[in-house]
Design a protein around this ligand. Structure first.
Ligand SMILES: *Cc1c(COP(=O)(O)O)cnc(C)c1O
Ligand SMILES: [Zn+2]
Length: 427
């Protein structure tokens, strides 16, 4: 940020308020609740403005005054600042007049919104002196940690459930990361990572660096507000795994309002999950204080966290804002992927299929008003989950390089009778 003034921040326990300063720590040692970054926003009120932000680079670093970034940190990669596109064709199908797609399928450098959180976490990993970083991942996080660690010259060690999509595994190994496939689901992997982080003194982005990591998600919220012309939408639809992203978009909106950068507005938050792993939407629908952990069984692997760390907070946020939590079957996930591609030319992964299909469901249920401003958060790229489209498309036979052959083949594709037959019918 050109002015250079950053909001002072500290880690604090979200429940008991105990202060921890700046440490690689994610759980309160008094009450075992999660730690969160708290800012002194008053210190930057008036100096962080629409203009100071717009004068920054076209990346998440234009918001660095509102991120937990160590003093003197020099941003390296132009992460984020992805397109917000008005989705006219999708809107037509849904009967929605003012709907937008926030397209993190093209986030730099590894094509998912996880690039945002990793950038902020690794800025801190360096500051805390870790020479090795890691993650417990459902796929996209693995890709992003591996890539950004390579760029920053950090060693990495990444743990994943053994049965992840082949493309997500390859997209981790290509960067030279050490990858360990664990015979278990994400929740097993995550528990093991807590032990490893302590034992090896490594910086795990979503374990001991989690409070910093999570703040990176706020940048999606800042961008949505800025790209709408510095105003807030009426509704946002957000996919949920650990339940962190949805909360941080809310935090971003609240900060912008507090700083006088956007006008206050009541925004409804809608959370999307796959039915095969839907602890948070289940909690919302059944008005539970605490979600019941589930054993994931869905093709939406990137969202397959059965016991989400921020589940209770996400469910509460959804209820308090008057939004809703909805989930869709794996068949609907694939249709959602196809629908977004066919209407808007955006190829998203399974998580985006979840979000698109849930959005359609919410409009059909009348939970979102047709003329309200709605932003759909697309968080990952379809090239990473092509396995779920196996057998869905027929590539067709190879056609001889002759015009007549092409004419005939095109009629075939369009379901028309062969030309000679058509002539006979016409006579
Ligand atoms: C991780 C992930 C999410 C969900 O993020 P949480 O903050 O854990 O809820 C959504 N979409 C994609 C593609 C992801 O990889
Ligand atoms: Zn506490």
């Amino acid at each position: 940020m050109s002015s250079g003034a950053c909001a002072p921040y500290d880690l604090k326990c979200k429940e008991c308020g105990k202060s921890y300063g700046k440490q690689p720590l994610s759980i309160c040692d008094e009450c075992f609740s999660p730690l969160e970054v708290f800012y002194d926003l008053d210190a930057v009120k008036g100096s962080v403005t629409r203009e100071s932000i717009a004068a920054g680079p076209a990346s998440i670093w234009r918001y660095r005054a509102l991120l937990p970034i160590p003093e003197g940190f020099q941003p390296d990669l132009p992460v984020g600042f992805t397109p917000l596109v008005k989705a006219k064709n999708l809107g037509k199908r849904l009967g929605a007049s003012d709907i937008y797609v926030k397209n993190d399928a093209v986030c730099f450098p590894t094509l998912s919104f996880k690039d945002r959180v990793v950038a902020v976490a690794l800025a801190n990993a360096r500051y805390f002196g870790f020479d090795t970083v890691g993650a417990s991942s459902t796929g996209n996080l693995a890709n992003s940690v591996a890539a950004q660690a390579a760029r920053l010259g950090l060693k990495s060690c990444i743990l994943i459930p053994a049965d992840l999509e082949p493309a997500k595994i390859l997209n981790t190994l290509i960067y030279g990361a050490r990858l360990v496939r664990i015979d278990g689901n994400y929740d097993h992997v995550n528990r093991l990572c807590s032990l490893i982080a302590d034992q090896y003194n490594w910086g795990f982005v979503n374990v001991n660096l989690r409070p910093y990591y999570a703040e990176g998600s706020k940048t999606m919220g800042y961008e949505i507000a800025e790209q709408l012309g510095w105003r807030l939408p009426d509704n946002v639809v957000v996919p949920m795994a650990g339940g962190s992203l949805i909360r941080k978009i809310k935090k971003a909106f609240d900060e912008l309002v507090y700083l006088g950068i956007v006008e206050a507005k009541h925004v409804k938050f809608f959370g999307a999950q796959a039915t095969g792993c839907s602890p948070i939407t289940h909690a919302v629908k059944n008005n539970l204080d605490r979600h019941e952990p589930q054993k994931p069984n869905t093709i939406a692997r990137s969202l397959a966290i059965g016991n989400p760390a921020d589940g209770p907070y996400a469910a509460r946020l959804i209820r308090e804002t008057g939004g809703w939590g909805e989930d869709v079957s794996d068949v609907e996930v694939v249709s959602g992927i196809q629908e977004l591609a066919e209407t808007e030319g955006i190829f998203t992964e399974t998580a985006g299929g979840v979000t698109t299909a849930v959005t359609a469901k919410l409009f059909a249920q009348g939970r979102i008003g047709k003329d309200e401003t709605t932003v759909v958060c697309i968080t990952g790229n379809g090239l990473k989950t092509t396995d779920v489209l196996q057998g869905k498309y027929d590539v067709g036979r190879a056609v001889k390089p002759r015009l007549a052959e092409f004419d005939a083949y095109l009629r075939e594709l369009d379901g028309l009778p062969a030309a000679e037959e058509a002539e006979l019918v016409a006579q």
